[in-house]
Design a protein around this ligand. Sequence first.
Ligand code: SF4
Length: 117
Amino acid sequence: MKPVEKICISCPVGCHLSIEMNHGELLVKGNACPRGVDYARIEMTEPKRMVTTTVALTEAAINRLPVKTDRPIDKDKVIALCKFLRTVSFKAPIQCGDVLITEILGTDVNLVATRSV
Ligand code: SF4
């Protein structure tokens, strides 16, 4: 099977990984440290992403509130999450770190504010 090419995003170095499955064994080349192997394993089995975006905000001097997930969410749920976040709105005051939505989309991921308003 042809190797899969991925860029490790675990640190700013951004190693170019070549990932191959050989009889159930993961073979990774191009990683400058062991975290690249962990990254490759997750990418090949259950890829996840942190999501940072903004949501509608009322009763504040700004109309968008920056938010992020408190942990990576399954990559195949990212678009659904972004669509859902277009439908929600929050009211100031809000403190940086406040949990705005728990267990979003039935996951163990929460949405938190990244700015106080
Ligand atoms: S393999 Fe290691 S050094 Fe390379 S990008 Fe990933 S974490 Fe950084």
